[in-house]
Design a protein around this ligand. Structure first.
Ligand code: TYM
Length: 329
């Protein structure tokens, strides 16, 4: 059975983009693959975090994984910082990464635009840690949204470089990006991706937004003055984004939706988009409310960390041996 690994940062409540681009696909994959899903809290601290808020976000993300359908009897769900092998291998992979290639990562470039003085070195060395997450588990496939493609390319390069230089121990992973929904866009600036760290709350739908909020946000989504519901990413990015969201949430094809709304204008269309999103998120929110109160969640995470650590330790030992670290006994 092939192995899958993916991670999500607990840096705020997940957005509809995280769900449609990543989480939703994880649920479908767990029947056919050996899956590891991670709350990557060590990635979250590359930018400032409030201590108590981070703790809350970690638990909340774990609950959202399960509420969305991750089943711990099939998949391993765990918190990154509870499996120390991640930072250990992360350090070793930093020592095979070049500063030049890390500085070329678009995410680093975006986040360090205001100058490098106020940016942590963790933001620069984030991709080797991500590579460690993946390579510890002999991962074959990494399902992610479009924005992680470059990090995955670097992971593949680091794995190959390590294998050539030291010993052939790492599986070189493939990336898997969904055909539809790999880049859900901001509701306010539909040429930018929907992001949980957007300062404008109206730009994203959180997975825990209530019906009223979802309706309000969809209704105020930026479109255009044409009044025609048509998928044209270049000229009508706002409408194209809403069509993508509606299509994935309802299971109706974009073509059928274009036909259905050809004479209605944006008012009715937006109302129906909102209802499709509400219908998708409501059952998840109900399960989430039960889980977040329970001890059951902690038991699941303990079990996940134990299993992940057992597997990760085997690979870490191989990597240390390949690099000549420690002693032979
Ligand atoms: P993160 O936490 O930013 O996002 C988690 C997942 O959601 C996807 N995603 C989106 N998909 C579609 N439309 C959007 N607007 C959108 N926004 C986010 C992301 O592509 C991702 O799949 N570096 C990673 C976390 C990570 C990781 C890993 C992922 C750490 N280690 C190992 C895979 C494997 C990140 O910051 O994702």
């Amino acid at each position: 059975m092939k192995t899958i690994f993916s991670g999500i940062q607990p840096s705020g409540t997940l957005t509809l983009g995280n769900y449609l681009g990543a989480l939703k696909h994880f649920v479908d994959l767990q029947n056919d693959y050996n899956c590891y899903f991670c709350v990557v809290d060590e990635h979250a601290i590359t930018v400032p975090q409030d201590r108590l808020q981070l703790r809350e976000n970690i638990r909340s993300l774990a609950a959202l994984y399960i509420a969305s359908g991750i089943d711990v009897s099939k998949s391993t769900l765990f918190i990154q910082s509870e499996v120390p092998e991640h930072t250990q291998l992360g350090w070793m992979l930093q020592c095979v990464s070049y500063i030049g290639e890390l500085e070329r990562m678009t995410q680093f470039k975006d986040k360090s635009q205001g100058g490098k003085e106020g940016v942590t070195s963790g933001l620069l060395t984030y991709p080797p840690l991500m590579a460690a997450d993946i390579l510890l588990y002999k991962t074959d496939i990494v399902p992610v949204g479009e924005d992680q493609k470059q990090h995955l390319e670097l992971t593949r390069n680091l794995a190959q470089r390590f294998n050539n230089k030291y010993n052939d121990i790492f599986t070189v992973p493939e990336v898997s990006i969904p055909k539809v929904g790999a880049r859900i866009m901001s509701l306010q600036e539909p040429t930018n991706k929907m992001s949980k760290s957007d300062a404008n709350q109206k730009a994203f739908i959180s997975m825990l937004d209530d019906e009223k909020k979802i309706l309000k946000k969809v209704k105020s989504a930026v479109t255009d003055s044409e009044g025609v519901v048509k998928y044209d990413k270049e000229n009508k990015p706002g409408v194209a984004n809403l069509l993508t969201i509606y299509s994935i949430c309802s299971g109706i094809s974009v073509e059928d939706l274009e036909e259905k709304y050809q004479n209605t204008g944006y008012g009715v269309f937006k109302e129906d988009v909102a209802q499709a999103v509400i219908a998708t998120l409501k059952p998840i929110q109900e399960r989430y409310d039960q889980l977040i109160q329970s001890d059951e969640l902690d038991d699941m995470l303990d079990q996940g960390a134990n299993h992940a650590s057992f597997q990760a330790n085997k690979m870490l030992k191989k990597a240390k041996k390949a690099m000549g670290l420690g002693r032979v006994r």
